[in-house]
Unconditional design. Structure first.
Length: 391
């Protein structure tokens, strides 16, 4: 348990969620110190640095709330821990979720260590829409069984998907002041508190270092083009050229002038550098019901009963914007997971994350190693099996 939590370092991004978080903490009597993180130093395509604009807003927020504000740079750490992994993934034709790594290593890693070691903070706070199992009595909480990460009250803004690798030692000392609120109420508080300018600020979306730049153009700055072919999965006909596996992901639509129907990426072959494509967003090659992951990360221990001999049923998300779905987890001998779903799911992609839930609790995540056979390949195999006579 913790006693006398007084000093809280609150991440101030320049947005409304962190602003209201700091306001609520101050109203509760905490000594609040604002910390602005600089994680990327590249100018956007208009020659304007978004980080400078955000820092100006962070200054405005802290001056309005009469709070100290410090600017810390994690540019080197972000490059080493997040962006280099992002580039390596794309070079290998994998998808990537850098926000999960950013939260684990930067916002709840470097930021947490800086708050504790340089500012002597008792706890940290951020504007994420998430909750913890000890949020109502943090000072007297029993930590022997770990702290659980819970979904934010606002189902649309819930951010636990991106927090699924948060370290337990950090979660024990983290406060999410707006996690039990709806976004509309957060904006209302900001406006009523004189922060209308911040409340009406457009929310940042996507990757911070790309901004408004087209992803394909952005990635060309770091990965050299490598020409390959778009190949029709069913006919094996070459229907076009591409300039890199790293620019395409499973399920993504491609525009090929000679095709009458909408065409989508079904799979990528790093050996041949070819991309297999199909027509129609509901083509069976885009759907499967199983996947194998890398070793999972559990926030507060694995789900009860999970073993090599005992599969368990949990809920999962595969995309932040998707609702939770049911799946069955089986533990493999090498501690990876096999995931099976009762219904076909679209575009399970190597590199993406499965994030697991038990009711309101986010229990952890696992990165996709490979997807199972698609419905198309299963149907094709079944047709072959039917032609084999019984003996």
């Amino acid at each position: 348990m913790f006693r006398n939590i007084r000093r809280v370092v609150c991440g101030i991004s320049g947005g409304v969620d962190s602003a209201v978080s700091a306001l609520l903490l101050k109203k509760k009597g905490y000594e609040v110190i604002g910390l602005f993180m600089t994680n990327w130093d590249k100018l956007n395509e208009k020659g304007e640095c978004q980080a400078d604009k955000d820092f100006e807003d962070a200054q405005f927020i802290c001056e309005h709330l009469n709070l100290p504000l410090h600017n810390v740079s994690f540019v080197k750490e972000y490059w080493n821990e997040v962006f280099s992994q992002f580039l390596e993934d794309h070079k290998n034709g994998l998808s990537s979720v850098p926000d999960i790594y950013c939260n684990r290593y930067i916002k709840f890693g470097e930021f947490f260590d800086t708050a504790r070691n340089e500012f002597n903070a008792d706890a940290i706070a951020t504007g994420h829409y998430a909750r913890t199992s000890i949020e109502h009595d943090m000072e007297n909480a029993d930590l022997s069984k770990g702290v659980k990460l819970l979904r934010g009250l606002d189902p649309v803004k819930d951010q636990t998907f991106f927090l699924a690798q948060i370290p337990q030692k950090t979660l024990e000392r983290t406060i999410f002041p707006v996690g039990s609120m709806l976004k509309k109420d957060v904006k209302k508080i900001a406006i009523e508190s004189g922060l209308e300018r911040i409340a009406k600020k457009k929310e940042s979306m996507g990757l911070c270092y790309i901004g408004k730049t087209n992803f394909s153009k952005f990635i060309e700055n770091y990965i050299e083009p490598k020409v390959g072919y778009f190949v029709d999965l069913e006919t094996e006909e070459i229907i076009g050229e591409h300039d890199g596996l790293h620019k395409w992901t499973i399920g993504q639509r491609i525009n090929i002038g000679s095709r009458n129907m909408k065409t989508y990426v079904a799979s990528k072959d790093s050996a041949s550098n070819n991309i297999m494509v199909v027509e129609g967003t509901n083509h069976p090659a885009l759907f499967c019901q199983s996947a194998v992951t890398q070793k999972p990360y559990w926030i507060c221990g694995p789900p009860e009963g999970l073993s090599q001999y005992q599969p368990v049923d949990v809920l999962f998300k595969y995309q932040h914007v998707h609702p939770v779905s049911k799946c069955t987890l089986s533990l493999n001998p090498d501690d990876t997971l096999t995931i099976c779903t009762p219904e076909p799911m679209r575009a399970f992609t190597p590199g993406q994350f499965f994030v697991f839930y038990n009711g309101e609790e986010c229990i952890g995540c696992a990165r996709t190693h490979r997807s199972g056979p698609s419905l198309y390949h299963q149907e094709k195999r079944d047709r072959v099996d039917l032609r084999i006579p019984f003996t």
